[in-house]
Design a protein around this ligand. Structure first.
Ligand SMILES: *[C@@H]1O[C@H](CO)[C@@H](O)[C@H](O)[C@H]1NC(C)=O
Ligand SMILES: *[C@@H]1O[C@H](CO)[C@@H](O)[C@H](O)[C@H]1NC(C)=O
Length: 478
């Protein structure tokens, strides 16, 4: 797409202003995850996957994962790695672990730093992570063929941010399991994202970026007759003119789906742990009214939209007048989507007010392209839209709602706390009460996501009213 000189000058100014805003907010950079400095050869090793096994051997394969899981139960710091192993175990591409090797898995503290730097990781990549984290002969070469650097002395590994601790937890199923204070097996895409995301923004608001909206219980009820009908535009960044993997028709269908979700009408695939009552699914009294769809050929935007968001700003002029979704077709970051919350930007017309979504999570895309069907319904866009409307993750601040936001978690009283994201649709109680896996602001698979809560509705209305006032006024129907 040819750009005029004038356009590039104003783009540069926009970016400069965005950087200045950052400086004024004095955002404290949160240390990025410490990841082992792998040599990542172009050619990778082949290894046996679940799909290659005879039916009778599948249980044996799962047994190794289960035994490692039991060992992880003995360490208090490893519940998330256990969850990830359990999630990967049943995946058709899951690596079969031959006995006699070494498995390196991150502690929950290491995971917490990961989640601060990567929004909504594409879950299928956890399979690659396990293959990268397993060393069949306990030497320097992983099952997938990655090579570790020389060590950092005893019980430590060389990482991007210095040596990190590696502690043996014992052995299970003939495999020695290690807890690591950094990440040993990050897949290529996540590793790339962590190294290249230029303005890594924590989801935690920093000094100066304070929301005017407190706990949901203190926020006013939304008047019954009021609605926000938000003028919405979609930009689809594709690699070439003949790529029609996302058409206007697909966009309309995704937007219809999002509006259904916002009205509390998402289908509920009842699970064996659900009661008779439909999980919380408030009518948010918000809908996205399509005002424009543009499909542009822009390979930089299509590939690097998550690491270089300013490449997308030219598509978001007059940002205060619209809600903008940018769909990127060839994501190199391995994330499903990314969005700031309204209060995290001080200016309503900042082009950073946009929701970026990868086609991996776009409605119908997996079905049309043999992708991962668990993310085919289109809920990734609804989740990211939730951030764009001012909602945090259900697992923000973990169980004690500690840390972030002065210890107030997601600011929502009617979502139960959640220690870490969950990728399975299962009954877990990471903070005592059932985890909110049916909530759109969790990371569960699409079939599991059913609705938003009343508290989330109040917060979304409040964030828009106070931090995107022009758009709020334009959208309000009484
Ligand atoms: C490490 O183990 C792999 C098999 O897991 C083997 O192919 C490779 O040659 C070994 N490398 C060294 C340096 O011993
Ligand atoms: C932005 O708004 C101005 C003034 O209302 C208008 O002339 C212009 O066409 C708009 N640009 C876009 C891309 O919407």
């Amino acid at each position: 797409m040819p750009m005029t000189c004038h356009a590039s000058v104003s783009l540069a100014l926009l970016w400069l202003r965005a950087s200045l805003t950052d400086a004024l907010f004095m955002r404290v950079p949160i240390e990025s995850p410490n990841q082992a400095e792998h040599d990542r050869p172009h050619r990778r090793s082949m290894y046996k996957r679940v799909a290659d096994l005879q039916a009778g051997d599948i249980e044996l394969h799962k047994e190794a994962y289960r035994r490692i899981g039991q060992l992880l139960d003995l360490a208090t710091s490893m519940p998330h790695s256990k969850h990830i192993l359990h999630f990967v175990m049943s995946h058709p591409e899951a690596p079969v672990l031959p006995p006699g090797g070494c498995m390196y898995l991150p502690s929950d503290t290491a995971w917490a730093s990961f989640y601060e730097h990567l929004e909504h990781p594409f879950p299928a990549l956890f399979v690659e992570m396990v293959a990268n984290s397993y060393y069949p002969s306990c030497n320097d070469t992983s099952l997938s063929g990655l090579k570790l650097p020389s060590s950092c002395g005893a019980e430590a590994m060389r990482g991007s941010r210095g040596c990190f601790k590696v502690t043996s937890l014992g052995s299970a199923a003939g495999i020695e399991v290690f807890e690591t204070a950094g990440h040993v097996g990050l897949p290529d895409k996540w590793s790339y994202h962590i190294e290249h995301a230029t303005a890594p923004r924590s989801r935690v608001p920093q000094t100066g970026a304070v929301s005017k909206c407190g706990m949901s219980g203190e926020l006013p009820q939304v008047p019954q007759a009021a609605r926000l009908v938000i003028p919405t535009r979609y930009v689809v960044c594709r690699m070439s003119d003949d790529d029609d993997s996302v058409t206007e028709q697909h966009v309309r269908e995704q937007n219809r789906w999002a509006n259904e979700a916002l009205s509390g009408l998402s289908p509920w695939a009842r699970t064996d742990f659900d009661g008779d009552e439909r999980p919380a699914s408030a009518d948010m009294q918000i809908s996205f009214e399509l005002s424009d769809i543009s499909i542009v050929t822009d390979s930089q935007c299509a590939k690097h939209g998550f690491t270089k968001p300013w490449l997308l700003h030219k598509y978001n002029q007059n940002a205060s007048q619209h809600f903008t979704f940018v769909i990127i077709a060839n994501d190199q970051s391995g994330v499903m989507g990314q969005s700031l919350l309204p209060h995290q930007l001080s200016e309503e017309d900042s082009p950073e007010h946009m929701v970026v979504v990868s086609t991996e999570g776009f409605r119908g895309h997996a079905g049309r392209n043999r992708g991962d069907m668990r993310y085919d319904e289109g809920d990734a866009l609804v989740h990211e839209a939730g951030h764009g409307l001012g909602l945090y993750h259900t697992f923000e601040g973990s169980c004690a709602n500690r840390g972030a936001n002065g210890g107030r978690g997601d600011f929502i009283e009617d979502t139960s706390d959640e220690a870490m994201p969950h990728y399975e649709c299962a009954l877990t109680r990471s903070c005592g009460k059932a985890d909110p896996v049916h909530n759109f602001m969790a990371y569960s698979p699409d079939s599991c996501k059913v609705g938003f809560t009343e508290g989330q509705k109040r917060r979304a209305w409040c964030e828009l009213e106070h931090h995107r006032a022009a758009l709020y006024q334009r959208s309000l129907r009484k």
